[in-house]
Structures are given as structure tokens and as C-alpha cells.
Design a protein around this ligand. Structure first.
Ligand code: AMP
Length: 282
């Protein structure tokens, strides 16, 4: 399996694929790979002649230095995992300097308000960082298709907006959330949970499922209050936000309207570790 650390090396590979008329699927990740990532990569392998997976802990999308420092980095085992899946995968694992040059900074984007909701409110600058690194990666890799998880549903909407803003031709494909049997959405950060936190964490999805069940009959205010009470009663998990929002513009709502798609979004702290999840409500 080919692993490139240098921008010029991956560019050379990409040029040879394009010359042969081969389609390129791209799966951007921050590594510490799990089955959720692998599901995206498997789909990319089915739909493209070449698949490039980036493994890059992007400094500009972290809003606290502790989170950046503590983010798990497991490049060797990631590479082993990918080579078991397919020797054909091409890995791009650059240093920040290869991506950003000497100045590690974000482009300031106007994502038409998507960036001001939920994750944007609680993680200032996060989506500028995501937009910037993807802008660089899309320019280097020129993929036909790029794959993103609905686990980060707001990010998925932002990436679609980025493509519009930058007038790029890559097709953005959203993939379903992959969960543990317990219901906990897989995340690289789960590796940092202790046993007690792991035992309590399935509560997040069970609350989302209950909200989905009750969405037709209970008011948004009642549901918001109920969710907040569930977390007050839990010693391991602290609610950061819970919002019911329109799937299209991610604006949170007080009242439901007809013919509109809604999702519930949640962010929870287990100690220092931040977990997010979401669910389609209708
Ligand atoms: P990350 O490495 O956390 O930046 O994630 C890389 C990609 O994998 C993003 O598009 C995520 O949305 C996606 N992803 C992460 N966890 C999951 C999951 N449990 N199910 C589906 N996609 C996921």
C-alpha cells in the first residue's frame, strides 16, 4: 500500500490516475481509524477506481490546544488496518507544513449562517479550519467524489456549501452513522473514555431515539426540557447542547412546521471528552 507524506508525491500519483482516466474517491480523516471510517472507505472503494484516504490531525480546526494535543495519533496501526481492507488504498499523511506551508492559518468563510449554529457556537473558528483544510486537500487530490459521515452532520452541510463557494466539481457523499452495539456513535475520541464513561455513554443515543419517538406528539419545549433533565440526573455525562433544528439550514426551532425535515443534535462531555451525535426525526 502506498503511503505519501509529501504533497508532491500525492500530486504525481493523482496526475497519473487522471492521465489513465481513472476516477478518484477521497475520504478525509484525522486517523485513529475505526469501523465508522472504514464504512466510508469501503463505499469509496466500491464507487471509484482509486481511493485516497488522508490521515491528518488538522491543527486549524481545534479550538483548544488540549484537545489538539490529546487527539489520538495511531498512524502505524491505521496503515495496517487500511492495508487489510485493500492494498490498493493510497494514504496521504502529510505534516502541517506540507499542507499549509509556513503559515498555519484558516481562510475566513461565509457559510451563510451554517457556521454559526451548534458546533460553530461552541467551537469558534472550527468550521473555517475544516473548510480550509478541505480546500487544500480538494485542490491537491481533485477527487470525483468525497465521502463524509452524517455523524458530523453540520460538517457535511458546511462541506456542500464550501463546494458551492469555491466552485469545485467534487461530488459530496453523506454516509450513515456507524454505531457500537450499545448505540454509542463510533468516534476516535471514544478511545479516551474510561469504563464508567463508556458504561454511561449509550444514554446519548437512547435519548435521541426517545426524542424521535416523541417528536410527533410532544412539543419542542417539552422535549428540550426532558433531555436536559436526563443529563442533570447523570454523574458521568454533562450536556453541552441539545437542539432540534431544520435539516436544511440547521436553525433550531421552537415549533414544528409541515413538510419540513428536522434533526436532533447533541453534544455531551464525559469528563474532558466531547461527544456529538444526531438523529433524523422525520
Ligand atoms: P474524523 O476522523 O473524526 O475527522 O472523521 C472522518 C470522517 O469520518 C468524517 O466524515 C466523519 O463524519 C466520519 N465518521 C466519523 N465517525 C463516524 C461514524 N461513527 N459513522 C460514520 N461516519 C463517521
Amino acid at each position: 500500500m502506498r503511503v505519501h507524506k509529501k504533497r508532491l508525491d500525492i500530486i504525481a500519483d493523482v496526475a497519473s490516475f487522471i492521465k489513465k482516466g481513472e476516477t478518484i474517491g477521497f475520504v478525509p480523516t484525522m486517523g485513529a481509524l475505526h469501523q465508522g471510517h472504514l464504512a466510508l472507505i469501503e463505499r469509496a472503494l466500491k464507487e471509484n477506481q482509486k481511493v485516497i484516504v488522508s490521515i491528518f490531525v488538522n491543527p486549524t480546526q481545534f479550538n483548544t490546544s488540549e484537545d489538539l494535543v490529546n487527539y489520538p495519533r495511531t498512524l502505524d496501526s491505521d496503515i495496517k488496518l487500511l492495508s487489510k481492507l485493500s492494498e490498493e488504498i493510497i494514504v496521504f499523511a502529510p505534516t502541517p507544513k506540507e499542507v499549509y506551508g509556513d503559515q498555519i492559518s484558516s481562510i475566513s468563510y461565509d457559510f451563510k449562517g451554517l457556521e454559526n449554529e451548534m458546533e460553530g457556537k461552541f467551537r469558534p473558528g472550527h468550521f473555517d479550519g475544516v473548510g480550509t483544510v478541505l480546500y487544500h486537500f480538494f485542490n491537491i487530490i481533485t477527487p470525483n467524489k468525497a465521502y463524509f459521515g452524517e455523524k458530523d452532520f453540520q460538517q457535511l452541510q458546511i462541506v456542500k456549501k464550501l463546494i458551492e463557494i469555491e466552485k469545485m466539481s467534487v461530488q459530496i457523499i453523506g454516509c450513515p452513522i456507524y454505531r457500537e452495539e450499545s448505540g454509542l456513535a463510533l468516534s476516535s475520541r471514544n478511545k479516551r473514555l474510561n469504563q464508567k464513561q463508556l458504561d454511561e455513554s449509550p444514554l446519548i443515543y437512547s435519548i435521541l431515539k426517545q426524542v424521535k419517538k416523541d417528536f410527533g406528539t410532544k412539543s419542542v419545549t417539552t422535549l428540550n426540557k426532558w433531555v436536559s433533565e436526563q443529563f442533570k440526573a447523570n454523574d458521568e455525562l454533562t450536556l453541552e447542547y441539545f437542539e432540534i433544528a431544520k435539516a436544511s439550514d440547521l436553525k433550531s426551532i421552537k415549533r414544528k412546521q409541515k413538510d419540513t425535515k428536522y434533526r436532533a443534535f447533541i453534544a455531551v462531555f464525559a469528563g474532558e471528552i466531547r461527544l456529538i451525535d444526531n438523529i433524523a426525526l422525520n
